[in-house]
Design a protein around this ligand. Structure first.
Ligand code: FAD
Length: 288
């Protein structure tokens, strides 16, 4: 289908984009890579009268280390994440996740900012950002604010973003060197959204789990941070009995829809299977 007609705007600064979006209100929508928004417009699930394209704003691009954080500009593409040396050394889970998003054509244009701002529970990066304790930098009509990824998602396609806001960057605290990580995703075919997926970042000390964080994708209306399940693993050697209890705890916070990817009970179980695999892979990569 062909989208409805719209006016096209191409600001060259964040300030200009925020001004335009604030002025347009509900009639305006930010456009990043367009790989979620344009399909929705074609299906007439979205009909913005104005698109404010962020592609001409240089300050929204790039990946840099800053103190103990890595800061990734919102318009950084998934393809650029895969090729980044900074991320390969400091946050390899982002490469692993990006490689499981869609296909190379989508990844050339799809951006990190669009993926996390979209609010679709099927997007892969939000659960990873919750797992990592990331913060979103947002510029709005009243200036800049920072919102923790763990507080950002309020419902399907419903986030803490307000009319006029532009998500400018994602700020991620770098986990300690030698941390274990994994993103495990079950999908029906290449290019599919997750039936269920799990992100794990952990550190080990003398063979025991010292820190652990878990995120889950597409098994509720929002991405999930499985705080209690992760706590249950602390101090353990990730023995089978403890993992089983923690996985069961993670499964209890899921509430997936029954859809073409399977009935709800199956998707909950698959979240558990993905988490079990992610814990095992993270352990095998961790030092200490
Ligand atoms: C065939 C196909 C398969 C896909 N499979 C997957 C998959 O497996 N996993 C996955 O995670 N994604 C998948 N995607 C989605 C893809 O990753 C998108 O690129 C991504 O979800 C959105 O990024 P975008 O840059 O294209 O954003 P857009 O589509 O341009 O925007 C998405 C939404 O976010 C808003 N937005 C974008 N940037 C900003 C910003 N900086 N500030 C404020 N609001 C903003 C827009 O207004 C819009 O509402 C798939 C897409 C396709 C077409």
């Amino acid at each position: 289908m062909i989208p409805g007609s719209f006016a096209y705007h191409r600001p060259t600064s964040v300030r200009e984009a925020v001004g335009l979006l604030a002025q347009l209100g509900e009639d305006g929508r930010a456009l990043a890579g367009g790989h979620s928004l344009i399909p929705m417009m074609k299906l007439r699930l979205a009909s913005p009268a104005n698109l404010v394209d962020l592609a001409g704003i240089a300050e929204l691009k790039g990946i840099r280390a800053e103190g103990g954080d890595v800061v990734i500009g919102a318009m950084t593409t998934q393809h650029e994440i895969i090729g980044s040396d900074v991320l390969a050394s400091k946050l390899p889970i982002l490469r692993e996740t990006s490689l499981q998003i869609a296909d190379p054509q989508v990844r050339y244009l799809g951006t990190l900012g669009g993926n996390v701002a979209n609010g679709d529970p099927g997007n892969d990066m939000p659960a990873v950002m919750m797992c990592l304790g990331a913060t979103y930098q947002v510029m709005g009509k009243n200036g800049e604010r920072r919102i923790a990824a763990r507080r950002f998602y309020q419902g399907a396609y419903f986030t803490a973003l307000e009319s006029g806001d532009v998500l400018t960057a994602v700020r991620i605290p770098v986990p300690v060197a030698g941390h274990g990580y994994a993103y495990e995703k079950l999908k029906r075919k290449i290019g599919d959204y997750a039936t269920a997926a799990a992100a794990v970042v952990l550190t080990m000390k003398a063979g025991k789990v010292e820190t652990c964080s878990i995120g889950l994708t597409n098994v509720a209306e929002t991405p999930l941070w499985a705080e209690e399940a992760a706590k249950m693993l602390l101090g353990s050697s990730l023995d089978a009995a403890t993992v089983k209890r923690a996985v069961a705890a993670a499964e209890t916070i899921t509430a997936p829809a029954s859809d073409a990817r399977g009935p709800a009970a199956y998707r909950t179980k698959m979240a558990g299977v993905m988490l079990t695999r992610a814990l095992s892979a993270a352990l095998s990569r961790a030092r200490g």
